[in-house]
Write a protein that binds this ligand. Structure first.
Ligand code: GP9
Ligand code: MN
Length: 627
């Protein structure tokens, strides 16, 4: 008996089309180093293929081919956007962020640097699928397939929805969701969860009891500040705070071919407080989240940059508190004011002035990469300080050492050994060396202008420079193990006015501790909203993560905890820091509970704009003014 293949054309087509889609998904899962669920991924791919197939039976053949190509291409684009996002942010993209894709033009070269030669595998199927669509549409009669077309659509949607409703839990990491069911169900789940959360939280009321509980948490945190040996020692001093782009800890003190990578930072450390075990604290907002965390001592929100998601909330940020204590406050970023919504976000945090590219007081005299060069910005700000009302607080977000770390030869101050020349590691070191040179000149100017001895000078890195994919190269070229802990490690240096001797404080800390460390130096004891603690007091140190690694992971002086992708405490890994060996997970329970509570508080405050309800900011402001 002869089988009439024509009758099964579309079915066969679906099974075949699901194959390249499955392969691409598996390729992506491989990048995340998770174990895929093959059956579910194939099933969700089949669902997707069925939806494409339904388009192919549209009566108007050109429309049929075009719509199928558009759908297949768009889904491939989404998958590749996820791949890139994962390489950069260690998460999948949020569909609503695609609307802000215009911003990507500024970091175009950074994105290009994430592309691998083998990425064509994510695209090779697209033209082949287009040819297949064309051939198939030519062969089949839409009238004959009309009924099945609808059935394909229903079945396809049903499969995808069922997977997104049954295969995931909200505790799962983005990567884990994809490894379980593929990108389309994972994104659908993400959208559904966010819609649900928004609707739910709109109605949520902050109970009286939890308000009290949160106030109590902040009060206890603040008590720690008072035990700092430096509490109130530098009342009324200026503060200059520099957030250094892509500055990791590993280049500090490093010598390559006999040359120091950071001679000026090394010199600064030799006469400052140095906190070598400080870690990043960022969410999808990257640089802007590092700013947010340092200025607010709250966790980043994770699923969206704080400046994007909550730029107009009421905050009790560092500049806001300093305004109340008579400081003139300003922030400097050498790109346009709208970039990452900074203008709005800075205003909400209380910054009195924002110096940006195009500001009447700043010249565009030297542009490198993303904006005004670090050398120019530092030089121009030093001149502005001379005229500034004292005491002042200025926060500078540096830019030149941004990815892809390719500098014109005249800015490359290192003579690198030939094996490093032109490698991404070599380029990174050149960028950091440039930043270091600019910083050195800045400090010299501040000393010449007699600003230095009257100011607390803070410098820290915003996030890692090299990516996980550079780990092997760094090991080969520098002999450095650039593992996750090293990647998250950013330097923090605080120079006290008049300090000439070094103090190295090895406790575990994060960007969240910068604000409390500073308010302790100034002796501010108003009501503060700070989840971090001063780094100078003697207390148990713990740094938790809301993003960048699995949620609720933490580093502490005693133990490090790596949360599981499923979000189940017991499935996480607890490491004893004395032996660096895996230990009983229950030893990490206390830390986990503490981090869990803090992230919950932080999220509740941000998502519901509740800071003004915890402490009546109006009253706090008035109290400050009367001081
Ligand atoms: C630059 C920043 C963009 O300050 O906004 O950089 P990224 O977040 O990619 O480091
Ligand atoms: Mn950055």
């Amino acid at each position: 008996m002869l089988i009439n293949f024509k009758r099964y054309f579309l079915y066969i087509f679906c099974f075949l089309l699901a194959l390249p889609w499955t392969t691409k998904t598996l390729l992506f899962v491989r990048e995340t180093q998770l174990e895929p669920s093959y059956a579910l991924i194939y099933l969700s791919s089949l669902g997707f293929a069925a939806i494409v197939a339904c388009l192919l039976v549209i009566k108007h053949k050109i429309s049929a081919i075009t719509s199928a190509i558009i759908l297949y291409f768009s889904a491939s684009l989404l998958l590749y956007a996820d791949v890139m996002y994962q390489r950069y942010y260690n998460a999948i993209i949020r569909i609503e962020l695609l609307a802000q894709a215009g911003q990507l033009k500024d970091i175009r070269s950074s994105i290009i640097s994430l592309i691998n030669w083998w990425d064509f595998l994510y695209w090779i199927d697209v033209p082949l699928a287009a040819i297949a669509f064309f051939l198939l549409v030519k062969k089949i009669s839409p009238v004959q397939w009309k009924k099945q077309g609808l059935a394909f659509l229903t079945a396809g949607l049903a499969v995808i929805l069922t997977i997104s409703l049954s295969a995931f839990k909200f505790t799962y990491s983005d990567q884990y969701k994809i490894s379980r069911g593929g990108i389309i169900p994972a994104h659908l789940y993400d959208i559904g969860w966010n819609v649900y959360k928004k609707a739910y939280f709109k109605q949520a009321l902050l109970q009286k009891k939890s308000i009290e509980e949160i106030r109590e948490t902040f009060k206890k945190r603040q008590e720690i500040q008072k035990s700092s040996p430096y509490f109130g020692k530098f009342k009324g001093k200026n503060i200059i705070m520099v957030q250094a782009e892509s500055l990791n800890t590993f280049p500090i003190g490093l010598q390559v071919g006999g040359e120091e990578i950071t001679p000026n930072l090394n010199k600064l450390i030799s006469e400052s407080h140095y906190y070598p075990n400080t870690y990043l604290q960022i969410g999808r907002g990257n640089t802007s989240d590092a700013e947010f965390v340092a200025n607010n001592s709250l966790y980043p929100i994770g699923y969206i940059g704080a400046y994007k998601g909550y730029p107009t909330n009421e905050y009790l940020s560092l500049p806001e508190v300093l305004n109340q204590h008579g400081y003139s406050t300003s922030v400097t970023h050498g790109n346009t004011p709208e970039f990452w919504n900074r203008q709005t976000a800075y205003k909400s945090q209380g910054y009195g002035e924002f110096y940006y590219r195009g500001h009447p007081a700043l010249k565009d005299d030297e542009i490198i990469g993303l904006g005004i060069s670090d050398k120019s910005i530092f030089h121009q700000m030093a001149a502005i300080y001379k005229e500034e009302n004292k005491p002042f607080f200025n926060f500078i977000v540096s830019l030149t050492s941004h990815r892809p770390f390719i500098l014109d030869e005249k800015y490359q101050y290192l003579t690198l050994p030939s094996k490093l020349e032109g490698t991404s590691t070599g380029n990174y070191l050149q960028s950091i060396r440039y930043f270091d040179e600019a910083l050195g000149e800045f400090i010299t100017e501040l000393k010449e202008d007699n600003i230095w001895d009257d100011s607390i000078f803070v410098i820290y890195g915003d996030h890692y420079g090299p990516l996980p994919t550079n780990q092997e190269e760094i090991r080969k070229l520098l002999g450095i193990n650039f593992n996750q802990k090293a990647r998250f490690n950013i330097p923090l240096i605080i120079h006290h006015p008049g300090q000439t001797e070094p103090v190295v404080n090895k406790g575990t800390g994060s960007q969240m501790d910068i604000y409390p460390t500073l308010t302790a130096l100034l002796g501010i004891d108003d009501q503060l909203v700070q989840l971090g603690t001063t780094l100078d007091a003697n207390h148990k140190r713990i740094t938790g993560f809301a993003f960048e690694t699995t949620r609720y992971s933490f580093f502490s002086d005693d133990y490090d905890y790596l949360a599981s992708h499923e979000g189940v405490f017991e499935k996480g890994t607890c490491t004893d820091n004395r032996t660096r060996k895996k230990t009983d997970v229950q030893l990490c329970r206390e830390g986990y509970d503490a981090i869990y509570k803090d992230i919950r508080i932080s999220t509740l405050l941000l998502e519901n704009d509740y800071i003004g309800r915890i402490f009546d900011i109006g009253t706090v402001r008035a109290a400050g003014k009367n001081k």
